[in-house]
Design a protein around this ligand. Sequence first.
Ligand SMILES: [Zn+2]
Length: 81
Amino acid sequence: MMYVFICPKCGHSTMVSLYRSLNCRVCGADMANCEIDFLDWVELSPKERARLIRIYQKADPKDLCFYRPMPYYDHKERNYW
Ligand SMILES: [Zn+2]
């Protein structure tokens, strides 16, 4: 299982499989785990990705998950919905 992380500060994005939290390689900020399934992510056009990243950049940090992947089925672990 791969997870998509997005940096809400500079918009850098990456895919990882093991990390539960991640610092941005570009600017060092905490990266947010993205809700999107990585299979959907890889199918997005660059434009769609940019749009998604903008959503993360505009989001309130308290609505983002910085600490661990949140698979869509992992409802109990979610505390921000
Ligand atoms: Zn960054």
